[in-house]
Design a protein around this ligand. Structure first.
Ligand code: C2E
Ligand code: MG
Ligand code: MG
Ligand code: MG
Length: 274
């Protein structure tokens, strides 16, 4: 998009890139204000556990709607927040909301846990573990009711590795389980699995989308499930939208199913229990 002259100097931008950059700049500028004014929201999407035949977990997903910008999707928001450092504040907000809700459910007798997305970047802050333990303490949330999903968008630096592994291991020791999210799409899946205390993998929705139409994808998903099981992991499939996908994945042996077929993400107030 950037037009360069011979010397590599930027001389002009296409109108689209200009608009994109502008939107990015506005998001960047408005995010802190939105956080301070509690304009971000968390929605929760159910996960169906095959063995029990019940929804025993929800995934927390951040939402932001701004008067001027409209809906800002997490895919747009998170990379900007990772860059400007506000990812830590977003993480705190979502963790607090999730822990409060899980505690509320626990008190009402619903044994349901909530998993929160976090980027490995957040663990490069050496206080991540302390922050989570403090949130559990303040909210009174049982540790096993809060789980974390990590994405492999980043390859961590060797120098960071020890601190990341240590913090995650200490969290696991108090009862917090980790899921490796978007499994199969990143370049670091196996490296993460080798070093990090992960007990679940979540097969990316990209693979589920072509599960019924491509035999290669079907073999790949079967292989991922078999691999996960052989490592003793709990295997989740996300992005499941149809009965056909649901049935096939269950016959392949997945442990849990997430997607519009089970339920869309809902606000805390709209979630009901039988
Ligand atoms: P993810 O963790 O893999 O979450 C699954 C995404 O798939 C969510 O998008 C969800 O709304 C969407 N989804 C669920 N079921 C279906 C389905 O049946 N079909 C299709 N096509 N999509 C489905 P969302 O909420 O837009 O989030 C996108 C990504 O942003 C998440 O991917 C996660 O990596 C990240 N994210 C979301 N909330 C947070 C957060 O609070 N913190 C961090 N660090 N990342 C977040
Ligand atoms: Mg996730
Ligand atoms: Mg995912
Ligand atoms: Mg994703």
């Amino acid at each position: 998009d950037i037009v360069e002259n011979g010397g590599g100097k930027i001389t002009s931008l296409s109108p689209e890139s200009h608009k994109e950059l502008n939107r990015r700049a506005i998001i960047d500028r408005k995010l802190l204000i939105a956080l301070n004014h509690h304009n971000l929201q968390v929605v929760y999407q159910p996960l169906f556990d095959v063995a029990s035949g019940e929804v025993n977990m929800y995934e927390a997903l951040v939402r932001w709607e701004d008067d001027e910008l409209g809906f800002i999707t997490p895919d747009e928001l998170i990379p900007i927040a990772e860059e400007n450092g506000l990812i830590h504040e977003i993480g705190t907000f979502v963790l607090e909301e999730a822990a409060k809700l899980a505690t509320d459910w626990d008190k009402k007798g619903h044994p349901v846990s909530i998993s929160v997305n976090s980027s490995v970047r957040e663990f490069s802050n050496s206080r991540m573990r302390d922050k989570i333990i403090e949130i559990l303490r303040v909210t009174g949330c049982p540790a096993n009711r809060l789980q974390l999903e990590i994405t492999e968008k980043f390859a961590f630096q060797a120098e960071e590795e020890q601190s990341i592994v240590q913090q995650m291991t200490e969290l696991q020791d108090v009862g917090i389980e980790f899921t490796l999210d978007d499994f199969g799409t990143g370049y670091a899946s196996f490296r993460y699995m080798q070093h990090l205390p992960i007990s679940k993998i979540k097969i990316d929705k990209l693979f589920i989308q072509s599960l019924m139409t491509q035999s290669k994808t079907q073999q790949l998903v079967e292989g991922m499930i078999r691999f996960g099981k052989s490592m003793g992991l709990y295997v989740v499939a996300e992005g499941v939208e149809t009965e056909g996908q649901f049935e096939l994945l269950i016959s392949m042996g997945v442990d849990a199913i997430q997607g519009y077929y089970i339920g869309i993400p809902l606000t805390a107030e709209s979630i009901t229990f039988e």
